[in-house]
Design a binder for this molecule. Structure first.
Ligand SMILES: [Zn+2]
Length: 312
């Protein structure tokens, strides 16, 4: 049966599966993010290495978004490394819609000494990882840690350990067809022991990391998420807690871009009108282009003018 499995799965939906294991002592999230990584690659015209890098970060952001409760809650992850990627930002909401952006999406790098896409070289081996949780409170919560490798999964595991004192196992893998750059499979796994979990269970979970590192390859070869989860965590008495569909979705709109232009201020808008007589604004998350004529900009300038009863 295995030789006839469909290796390229365009018709399958992405899945984010949540489980608990070891009598509720460990929670596990599994994401098949193949479609959302494909969508990001297509919209943002990502190079192979950028597809792998942003794809990994998008899946982690989706996993974190699954914990959001409020309708307007957002979580953003920002990687600012010293590599050629520039900065990478991903944002997710409680509906599991994620979007991402990278400063230099077209940079391509030679594969590393292990023959893999050089995500660490692309992101950089040092820098900062920050996580901004906007939960509708007065101030967003910002967690910060160092980039320790640039391979992203390790950096997020370090974030949980260093910033939150929580020893999490993180795997993020994107398989890219080397000839065409097409995304074959994208998988993420997040396993976190809950307070009171015995050290012995934590050690046994951590010992699964080598096996889990094969997951994107195995999904690509036709194994299902359930089979993969069972193979790694079945011995911990896995209980399924729910499943949702993550999506790549940008929520930009002309109104939003207008508001951003107005917020640049009357002086800036005036200069754009005088020098360029119009503007093209490209959304960094979906590459959509919004065109503004000189007339459009004059209307925005009107809105940006300080009102008469206000001081200059
Ligand atoms: Zn957009």
């Amino acid at each position: 049966m295995k030789d006839n499995v469909l290796r390229y799965r365009p018709e399958q939906k992405d899945r984010l599966i949540q489980c608990v294991a070891a009598n509720g002592m460990v929670r596990i999230a599994f994401i098949d993010g193949t479609n959302l990584v494909r969508e990001a690659k297509k919209l943002l015209k990502l190079s192979r290495v950028a597809t792998a890098a942003l794809g990994r970060q998008l899946m982690m952001t989706a996993i974190m978004s699954a914990d959001l409760k409020g309708e307007h809650d957002l979580v953003s992850t920002i990687l600012k490394g010293d590599g050629p990627a520039g900065s990478m930002i991903c944002t997710g909401n409680s509906r599991l819609e994620v979007k991402g952006s990278v400063t230099n999406p077209d940079v391509e790098l030679p594969v590393n000494e292990r023959g893999k896409l050089d995500v660490g070289g692309f992101v950089g081996h040092s820098g900062k990882l920050s996580v901004v949780s906007d939960l509708g409170l007065k101030e967003p919560y910002v967690g910060l840690s160092n980039i320790v490798s640039g391979e992203i999964a390790i950096d997020f595991a370090n974030y949980y350990a260093a910033s939150l004192q929580r020893p999490a196992l993180v795997y993020l893998g994107v398989r890219v067809r080397s000839e065409t750059g097409d995304v074959r499979a994208a998988v993420g796994v997040f396993a976190e022991p809950l307070p009171g979990c015995p050290d012995e269970v934590i050690d046994r979970i951590q010992a699964k990391s080598e096996q889990i590192a094969q997951f994107s390859e195995r999904l690509d070869a036709g194994e299902t998420p359930e089979e993969l989860l069972e193979s790694a965590f079945g011995e911990f008495n896995l209980v399924y807690a729910g499943e949702r569909e993550p999506l790549y979705r940008c929520d930009c709109s002309r109104e939003r871009i207008e508001r951003a232009l107005i917020s640049t201020g009357a002086g800036e808008l005036h200069d754009i009108i005088e020098e360029d007589h119009g503007a093209e604004v490209t959304c960094r998350f979906c590459d959509k282009i919004y065109t503004f004529t000189e007339e459009d900009l004059r209307a925005l300038l009107e809105a940006a003018q300080p009102r008469e009863d206000e001081d200059e």
